[in-house]
Design a protein around this ligand. Sequence first.
Ligand SMILES: [Zn+2]
Ligand SMILES: [Zn+2]
Length: 331
Amino acid sequence: MRTIPLNADSAMETTDGAAMPAARKRVFWLFFVIVLMHLLLPLAFLPYTFAWWGIAVVLIGNFIFGSIGINLGYHRMLTHSAAKFPTLLERLWVLLGVCSMEGSPLFWVCTHRIHHQHSDGRDDPHSPRWSFFWGHLEWIYTEDPRRQSLEAYSRYVPDLLGDKFLRWLHRGNKWLVVWACHVVALAAVGYLAGFLLCGDSADAIQFGTRWLLWSVVVRTVYVWHITWLVNSAAHRWGYRNYKTGDNSTNNWFVALLTNGEGWHNNHHATPRACSQGHRWWEIDLTYTFVRLLQCVGLAWDVAPVKVPAHIREKRDLGKPDLTEVVAQDTA
Ligand SMILES: [Zn+2]
Ligand SMILES: [Zn+2]
Protein backbone atom coordinates (compact mmCIF):
# COMPACT_ATOMS: atom_id res chain seq x y z
CA MET A 1 0.00 0.00 0.00
CA ARG A 2 1.51 3.28 -1.09
CA THR A 3 0.88 6.59 0.61
CA ILE A 4 1.07 10.07 -0.81
CA PRO A 5 1.78 13.15 1.33
CA LEU A 6 -0.93 15.76 1.25
CA ASN A 7 0.93 18.55 2.93
CA ALA A 8 2.35 20.30 -0.11
CA ASP A 9 -0.63 22.09 -1.57
CA SER A 10 1.21 23.92 -4.24
CA ALA A 11 3.41 21.03 -5.19
CA MET A 12 3.14 19.91 -8.78
CA GLU A 13 4.48 16.50 -7.99
CA THR A 14 4.15 14.12 -5.07
CA THR A 15 6.80 11.77 -3.77
CA ASP A 16 5.56 8.82 -5.82
CA GLY A 17 5.87 10.84 -9.00
CA ALA A 18 2.17 11.57 -9.33
CA ALA A 19 1.58 14.86 -11.05
CA MET A 20 -1.17 17.25 -12.06
CA PRO A 21 -2.04 17.20 -15.75
CA ALA A 22 1.19 18.27 -17.39
CA ALA A 23 -0.46 20.44 -20.02
CA ARG A 24 -2.08 23.18 -17.98
CA LYS A 25 -3.59 24.93 -20.95
CA ARG A 26 -6.67 26.88 -20.02
CA VAL A 27 -10.03 26.50 -21.67
CA PHE A 28 -10.61 30.22 -22.13
CA TRP A 29 -14.28 30.21 -23.02
CA LEU A 30 -15.07 28.29 -19.82
CA PHE A 31 -12.86 30.60 -17.78
CA PHE A 32 -14.63 33.59 -19.37
CA VAL A 33 -18.12 32.20 -18.61
CA ILE A 34 -17.20 31.49 -14.97
CA VAL A 35 -15.68 34.97 -14.50
CA LEU A 36 -18.60 36.65 -16.28
CA MET A 37 -21.21 34.96 -14.09
CA HIS A 38 -19.30 35.97 -10.96
CA LEU A 39 -19.03 39.55 -12.22
CA LEU A 40 -22.79 39.65 -12.82
CA LEU A 41 -23.50 38.30 -9.32
CA PRO A 42 -23.17 41.63 -7.40
CA LEU A 43 -25.78 43.18 -9.72
CA ALA A 44 -28.41 41.08 -7.92
CA PHE A 45 -27.65 42.87 -4.64
CA LEU A 46 -28.25 46.46 -5.79
CA PRO A 47 -31.32 48.24 -4.32
CA TYR A 48 -33.01 48.10 -7.75
CA THR A 49 -32.50 44.35 -8.15
CA PHE A 50 -32.42 42.89 -4.63
CA ALA A 51 -35.51 41.08 -3.39
CA TRP A 52 -35.87 38.81 -0.38
CA TRP A 53 -38.00 36.47 -2.46
CA GLY A 54 -34.91 36.01 -4.63
CA ILE A 55 -33.42 33.80 -1.90
CA ALA A 56 -36.46 31.49 -2.10
CA VAL A 57 -36.11 31.46 -5.89
CA VAL A 58 -32.47 30.35 -5.54
CA LEU A 59 -33.28 27.59 -3.03
CA ILE A 60 -36.19 26.26 -5.09
CA GLY A 61 -34.07 26.63 -8.25
CA ASN A 62 -31.31 24.67 -6.54
CA PHE A 63 -33.69 21.82 -5.80
CA ILE A 64 -35.05 21.75 -9.36
CA PHE A 65 -31.85 22.28 -11.37
CA GLY A 66 -29.18 21.24 -8.85
CA SER A 67 -30.74 18.40 -6.86
CA ILE A 68 -33.02 16.89 -9.51
CA GLY A 69 -30.87 17.86 -12.52
CA ILE A 70 -27.32 17.28 -11.31
CA ASN A 71 -27.58 15.10 -8.18
CA LEU A 72 -30.28 12.82 -9.47
CA GLY A 73 -30.08 13.12 -13.26
CA TYR A 74 -26.39 13.49 -14.04
CA HIS A 75 -24.98 11.80 -10.96
CA ARG A 76 -27.12 9.07 -9.43
CA MET A 77 -29.12 8.12 -12.54
CA LEU A 78 -26.70 8.50 -15.47
CA THR A 79 -23.37 7.91 -13.73
CA HIS A 80 -24.34 5.20 -11.25
CA SER A 81 -27.64 3.76 -12.54
CA ALA A 82 -29.04 4.20 -9.04
CA ALA A 83 -32.67 4.27 -10.17
CA LYS A 84 -34.86 4.11 -13.24
CA PHE A 85 -37.70 6.43 -14.25
CA PRO A 86 -40.12 6.74 -17.17
CA THR A 87 -38.17 7.88 -20.27
CA LEU A 88 -39.88 11.26 -20.30
CA LEU A 89 -38.82 11.95 -16.71
CA GLU A 90 -35.27 10.70 -17.38
CA ARG A 91 -35.03 13.18 -20.28
CA LEU A 92 -36.41 15.92 -18.05
CA TRP A 93 -33.84 15.22 -15.31
CA VAL A 94 -31.06 15.46 -17.92
CA LEU A 95 -32.40 18.74 -19.31
CA LEU A 96 -32.59 20.20 -15.80
CA GLY A 97 -28.95 19.17 -15.33
CA VAL A 98 -28.02 20.87 -18.59
CA CYS A 99 -29.61 24.08 -17.27
CA SER A 100 -27.10 24.05 -14.39
CA MET A 101 -24.32 24.66 -16.93
CA GLU A 102 -21.94 22.00 -15.71
CA GLY A 103 -21.16 20.55 -19.13
CA SER A 104 -22.78 17.96 -21.34
CA PRO A 105 -24.10 14.85 -19.58
CA LEU A 106 -21.53 12.65 -21.35
CA PHE A 107 -18.68 14.94 -20.28
CA TRP A 108 -19.94 15.11 -16.69
CA VAL A 109 -20.44 11.36 -16.35
CA CYS A 110 -17.08 10.57 -17.97
CA THR A 111 -15.29 12.93 -15.57
CA HIS A 112 -17.09 11.57 -12.53
CA ARG A 113 -16.46 7.92 -13.38
CA ILE A 114 -12.74 8.69 -13.75
CA HIS A 115 -12.95 10.37 -10.34
CA HIS A 116 -14.42 7.23 -8.77
CA GLN A 117 -11.82 4.99 -10.38
CA HIS A 118 -8.86 7.13 -9.28
CA SER A 119 -10.30 8.98 -6.30
CA ASP A 120 -7.56 11.14 -4.75
CA GLY A 121 -5.03 9.21 -6.78
CA ARG A 122 -2.75 10.35 -9.55
CA ASP A 123 -5.42 10.30 -12.26
CA ASP A 124 -8.24 11.89 -10.28
CA PRO A 125 -9.40 14.83 -12.45
CA HIS A 126 -10.17 17.06 -9.47
CA SER A 127 -8.62 15.87 -6.23
CA PRO A 128 -8.18 18.74 -3.73
CA ARG A 129 -4.96 16.98 -2.73
CA TRP A 130 -3.16 19.42 -5.03
CA SER A 131 -4.92 22.45 -3.63
CA PHE A 132 -8.42 23.33 -2.51
CA PHE A 133 -8.71 25.74 -5.45
CA TRP A 134 -7.70 23.07 -7.96
CA GLY A 135 -10.28 20.59 -6.64
CA HIS A 136 -12.97 23.23 -6.35
CA LEU A 137 -12.65 25.17 -9.56
CA GLU A 138 -9.33 25.36 -11.38
CA TRP A 139 -9.59 21.90 -12.95
CA ILE A 140 -12.78 22.93 -14.75
CA TYR A 141 -11.10 25.47 -17.03
CA THR A 142 -7.88 23.49 -17.41
CA GLU A 143 -7.51 21.27 -20.44
CA ASP A 144 -7.29 17.59 -19.61
CA PRO A 145 -6.58 15.37 -22.62
CA ARG A 146 -7.62 12.33 -20.59
CA ARG A 147 -11.23 13.48 -20.75
CA GLN A 148 -11.32 14.72 -24.32
CA SER A 149 -10.46 11.70 -26.39
CA LEU A 150 -12.97 9.43 -28.02
CA GLU A 151 -11.13 6.60 -26.33
CA ALA A 152 -11.94 8.02 -22.88
CA TYR A 153 -15.63 8.25 -23.77
CA SER A 154 -15.65 4.70 -25.17
CA ARG A 155 -13.97 3.49 -22.02
CA TYR A 156 -15.91 5.37 -19.38
CA VAL A 157 -19.38 5.95 -20.84
CA PRO A 158 -19.94 3.09 -23.31
CA ASP A 159 -23.39 2.46 -21.87
CA LEU A 160 -24.49 6.04 -22.66
CA LEU A 161 -22.93 6.45 -26.11
CA GLY A 162 -25.83 4.54 -27.65
CA ASP A 163 -28.27 7.18 -26.40
CA LYS A 164 -29.03 9.50 -29.35
CA PHE A 165 -30.37 12.24 -27.09
CA LEU A 166 -27.18 12.37 -24.99
CA ARG A 167 -25.01 12.27 -28.12
CA TRP A 168 -27.04 15.10 -29.66
CA LEU A 169 -26.56 17.27 -26.58
CA HIS A 170 -22.83 16.58 -26.58
CA ARG A 171 -22.01 17.06 -30.26
CA GLY A 172 -21.22 20.66 -31.17
CA ASN A 173 -21.96 21.70 -27.58
CA LYS A 174 -25.71 21.75 -28.27
CA TRP A 175 -26.27 21.53 -24.53
CA LEU A 176 -25.21 25.19 -24.48
CA VAL A 177 -28.05 26.05 -26.88
CA VAL A 178 -30.47 24.29 -24.53
CA TRP A 179 -29.03 26.27 -21.64
CA ALA A 180 -29.46 29.55 -23.58
CA CYS A 181 -33.08 28.61 -24.42
CA HIS A 182 -33.87 28.07 -20.76
CA VAL A 183 -32.48 31.54 -19.97
CA VAL A 184 -34.73 33.08 -22.63
CA ALA A 185 -37.70 31.10 -21.29
CA LEU A 186 -37.06 32.19 -17.70
CA ALA A 187 -36.64 35.80 -18.82
CA ALA A 188 -39.95 35.62 -20.70
CA VAL A 189 -41.71 34.18 -17.65
CA GLY A 190 -40.26 36.91 -15.41
CA TYR A 191 -41.15 39.88 -17.59
CA LEU A 192 -44.59 38.46 -18.45
CA ALA A 193 -45.33 37.90 -14.76
CA GLY A 194 -44.09 41.45 -14.11
CA PHE A 195 -46.58 42.93 -16.59
CA LEU A 196 -49.38 40.80 -15.18
CA LEU A 197 -48.65 41.51 -11.51
CA CYS A 198 -47.39 45.10 -11.49
CA GLY A 199 -49.32 48.28 -12.00
CA ASP A 200 -47.01 50.06 -14.42
CA SER A 201 -44.35 49.07 -16.90
CA ALA A 202 -41.43 50.44 -14.83
CA ASP A 203 -42.35 48.11 -11.96
CA ALA A 204 -42.85 45.24 -14.40
CA ILE A 205 -39.37 45.71 -15.88
CA GLN A 206 -37.88 45.88 -12.39
CA PHE A 207 -39.67 42.64 -11.41
CA GLY A 208 -38.51 40.87 -14.57
CA THR A 209 -34.91 42.00 -14.09
CA ARG A 210 -34.91 40.84 -10.48
CA TRP A 211 -36.36 37.47 -11.49
CA LEU A 212 -33.80 37.02 -14.27
CA LEU A 213 -30.82 37.81 -12.03
CA TRP A 214 -31.95 35.61 -9.13
CA SER A 215 -33.36 32.70 -11.11
CA VAL A 216 -30.43 32.47 -13.52
CA VAL A 217 -27.28 34.24 -12.35
CA VAL A 218 -27.43 33.78 -8.57
CA ARG A 219 -28.93 30.28 -8.83
CA THR A 220 -26.33 29.13 -11.38
CA VAL A 221 -23.38 30.42 -9.36
CA TYR A 222 -24.88 28.96 -6.16
CA VAL A 223 -25.41 25.52 -7.71
CA TRP A 224 -21.91 25.64 -9.22
CA HIS A 225 -20.22 26.28 -5.89
CA ILE A 226 -22.18 23.78 -3.84
CA THR A 227 -21.53 21.10 -6.49
CA TRP A 228 -17.85 22.02 -6.50
CA LEU A 229 -17.78 21.82 -2.69
CA VAL A 230 -18.51 18.08 -2.99
CA ASN A 231 -15.25 17.70 -4.92
CA SER A 232 -13.23 20.04 -2.71
CA ALA A 233 -14.60 20.27 0.86
CA ALA A 234 -16.06 16.74 0.95
CA HIS A 235 -12.64 15.35 0.09
CA ARG A 236 -11.00 17.33 2.90
CA TRP A 237 -13.22 18.13 5.85
CA GLY A 238 -15.76 16.02 7.68
CA TYR A 239 -16.07 12.60 9.29
CA ARG A 240 -15.81 9.17 7.78
CA ASN A 241 -18.14 6.20 8.27
CA TYR A 242 -16.13 3.91 6.03
CA LYS A 243 -12.53 3.06 5.35
CA THR A 244 -12.60 4.00 1.68
CA GLY A 245 -9.16 4.22 0.11
CA ASP A 246 -9.49 7.93 -0.57
CA ASN A 247 -10.03 11.10 1.39
CA SER A 248 -13.80 11.37 0.91
CA THR A 249 -15.70 12.69 3.91
CA ASN A 250 -19.22 13.19 5.12
CA ASN A 251 -19.57 16.95 5.37
CA TRP A 252 -22.87 18.02 6.96
CA PHE A 253 -22.60 21.59 5.64
CA VAL A 254 -22.17 20.44 2.05
CA ALA A 255 -24.89 17.81 2.55
CA LEU A 256 -27.30 20.49 3.77
CA LEU A 257 -26.56 22.80 0.84
CA THR A 258 -26.74 20.06 -1.80
CA ASN A 259 -29.74 18.18 -0.40
CA GLY A 260 -27.70 15.05 0.27
CA GLU A 261 -24.58 14.95 -1.89
CA GLY A 262 -22.31 15.94 0.98
CA TRP A 263 -22.47 12.45 2.55
CA HIS A 264 -19.63 11.78 0.20
CA ASN A 265 -17.71 9.15 2.19
CA ASN A 266 -20.91 7.11 2.24
CA HIS A 267 -21.18 7.58 -1.51
CA HIS A 268 -17.60 6.46 -2.18
CA ALA A 269 -18.23 3.40 0.01
CA THR A 270 -21.21 2.35 -2.08
CA PRO A 271 -21.38 4.45 -5.26
CA ARG A 272 -24.39 2.72 -6.83
CA ALA A 273 -26.66 3.17 -3.81
CA CYS A 274 -29.39 5.69 -4.49
CA SER A 275 -29.42 6.85 -0.88
CA GLN A 276 -26.32 8.71 0.29
CA GLY A 277 -27.46 9.19 3.89
CA HIS A 278 -26.68 6.00 5.82
CA ARG A 279 -27.53 7.11 9.36
CA TRP A 280 -30.94 8.32 10.42
CA TRP A 281 -29.76 11.89 10.75
CA GLU A 282 -27.88 11.98 7.44
CA ILE A 283 -30.76 13.62 5.61
CA ASP A 284 -30.78 13.16 1.85
CA LEU A 285 -33.67 15.08 0.27
CA THR A 286 -32.64 14.00 -3.22
CA TYR A 287 -33.25 10.40 -2.14
CA THR A 288 -36.50 11.41 -0.41
CA PHE A 289 -37.64 12.76 -3.79
CA VAL A 290 -36.85 9.38 -5.42
CA ARG A 291 -38.73 7.52 -2.67
CA LEU A 292 -41.79 9.73 -3.24
CA LEU A 293 -41.67 8.95 -6.95
CA GLN A 294 -41.25 5.26 -6.12
CA CYS A 295 -44.38 5.38 -3.95
CA VAL A 296 -46.46 6.57 -6.91
CA GLY A 297 -44.84 4.12 -9.34
CA LEU A 298 -42.64 6.65 -11.16
CA ALA A 299 -39.29 5.20 -9.97
CA TRP A 300 -38.08 1.62 -9.80
CA ASP A 301 -34.88 -0.44 -9.58
CA VAL A 302 -33.73 1.88 -6.78
CA ALA A 303 -30.27 0.57 -5.87
CA PRO A 304 -29.99 -0.33 -2.16
CA VAL A 305 -27.12 0.51 0.19
CA LYS A 306 -24.62 -2.36 -0.01
CA VAL A 307 -21.31 -1.57 1.63
CA PRO A 308 -18.47 -4.05 1.05
CA ALA A 309 -17.60 -5.78 4.35
CA HIS A 310 -13.92 -4.84 4.25
CA ILE A 311 -14.60 -1.10 4.49
CA ARG A 312 -17.51 -1.30 6.91
CA GLU A 313 -16.92 0.10 10.38
CA LYS A 314 -19.27 0.10 13.33
CA ARG A 315 -17.75 3.19 14.88
CA ASP A 316 -17.26 6.70 13.61
CA LEU A 317 -13.84 6.87 12.00
CA GLY A 318 -13.55 10.57 12.71
CA LYS A 319 -11.73 13.05 10.55
CA PRO A 320 -9.57 11.95 7.64
CA ASP A 321 -5.85 11.89 8.09
CA LEU A 322 -4.83 14.80 5.90
CA THR A 323 -1.17 13.98 6.10
CA GLU A 324 -1.51 11.05 3.81
CA VAL A 325 -3.89 9.38 1.46
CA VAL A 326 -3.85 5.92 0.09
CA ALA A 327 -3.19 5.94 -3.59
CA GLN A 328 -5.96 4.32 -5.53
CA ASP A 329 -4.20 4.35 -8.83
CA THR A 330 -4.80 1.26 -10.74
CA ALA A 331 -2.08 2.28 -13.17
ZN1 LIG B 1 -15.49 12.06 -4.56
ZN1 LIG C 1 -20.49 9.35 -7.78
